[in-house]
Design a protein around this ligand. Structure first.
Ligand code: MTE
Length: 350
């Protein structure tokens, strides 16, 4: 089963279904077509009936509630363009440093950009009245994931302040279409700017808590160290989508295309070097930011001389934060959050 994906979509695993578009395709459209949008699943893809799907809001709220999609549709509709990036994006470069057992070898294509339609999580939470000790909002999906001898729904949580951000959404539509089953239909969370894992699919339960979720995917996975900080906001990142790794090109000028994003301050500048970081050329952005959470596609033309050549990209956000130079020091046990300078080797002919 390919869940309606394009023939060019590359499956990473069939069961559970995981895959990504060709990296070059990402730089070709500001909104990633649904049939190319990357997929990250930890278990089955539940096929749910939108007519009967229910959402319960419980925990530290004055008025726990059960809502259906009709109830949600009565709230103010909102659309936000936001990139979704898996914490494992660019793990293949970390794998070149040292093995990372048990994790998928994602390339730099575990990311996509879409316009998400739904309602504000804030509107639903305010309707339920978070109590004074509420500090985190947990989400649980209806899929079945098995870990450490237990089977449960994928879940995670975000701080209450992020949940009350007007851009954090309960999503029923993607690029104007009803949300498809493989992307969490009929209902998912989209937490713009955070690692993709917090955008829980097949959402059935929202629990308001004093502490972060106890779900495996909050407590054990998605930490850089077993007892280290839980991952949250995406750091600045930029990637060269074109030319492809090890491709051949004539000497002269070469167009370089890519994406950049940040979960904090917006991306302000992208630079490319064709001389191992001695000099940098600023890239031009190809799109107006649809929102501060959308990715920026960029392009730049560089001079290339015959021989082996490395192209390097790096981005800066509006606060001056940038990407670290090397992948080595970023290596971690689970292979998360690689945002080192992105390097692509190409061969230039005489
Ligand atoms: N939600 C559920 N219920 N189950 C999952 O396996 N994967 C998470 C998140 N939400 C997941 C989930 C991860 S790790 C990512 S990166 C995103 O969904 C991927 O969303 P997508 O498949 O729509 O691209």
């Amino acid at each position: 089963m390919n869940f309606g994906k394009d023939a060019a979509f590359a499956a990473v695993t069939e069961v559970p279904f995981n895959g990504h578009p060709p990296l070059e395709a990402l730089a070709q459209a500001h909104l990633t077509p649904i049939d190319l949008f990357f997929v990250r699943n930890h278990g089955d893809v539940p096929l749910l009936n939108p007519a009967t799907h229910g959402l319960s809001i419980e925990g530290l709220v004055e008025h726990p509630r059960s809502l259906n999609l009709h109830d949600l549709a009565a709230l103010e509709p909102v659309e936000i363009t936001a990139a979704l990036q898996c914490a494992g994006n660019r793990r293949d470069e970390l794998l070149a440093v040292a093995p990372i057992p048990g994790e998928l070898p994602w390339t730099a294509a575990a990311i996509s950009n879409a316009v998400w339609g739904g309602v504000r999580l804030r509107d639903v939470l305010m309707h339920c009245g978070p109590l004074a000790d509420a500090a985190h909002v947990a989400f649980t999906g209806l899929d079945s994931v098995s870990r450490e001898g237990q089977t449960f729904g994928f879940g995670g949580s975000i701080p209450l302040a992020k949940a009350l951000d007007p851009d954090t959404l309960l999503v029923t539509h993607m690029n104007g279409e009803p949300l498809s089953p493989v992307h969490g239909g009929p209902l998912r969370v989209v937490v713009p700017g955070y690692l993709g894992a917090r955008s829980v699919k097949w959402l059935s339960t929202i629990t308001v808590l004093a502490e972060p979720s106890t779900n495996y995917f909050q407590q054990k996975a998605y930490r850089m160290l077993p007892d280290g900080a839980m991952l949250g906001e995406n750091a600045p990142n930029s990637v060269i989508c074109w030319p492809s790794k090890d491709s051949q090109h004539p000497a002269g000028t070469l167009s370089v295309l890519g994406y950049a994003l940040s979960g904090g301050d917006p991306i302000e500048r992208v630079e490319v070097s064709a001389d191992d970081g001695r000099t940098w050329q600023p890239a031009q952005f190809l799109d107006e930011p649809a929102s501060r959470w959308a990715w920026r596609l960029w392009s730049v033309t560089v001079e290339v001389r015959p021989g082996e050549q490395q192209l390097i990209a790096r981005a800066f956000d509006a606060a001056g934060r940038t990407q670290p130079r090397d992948t080595g020091p970023l290596w971690n046990l689970k292979g998360y959050a690689n945002n080192a300078w992105h390097r692509v080797h190409v061969k230039i002919q005489d």
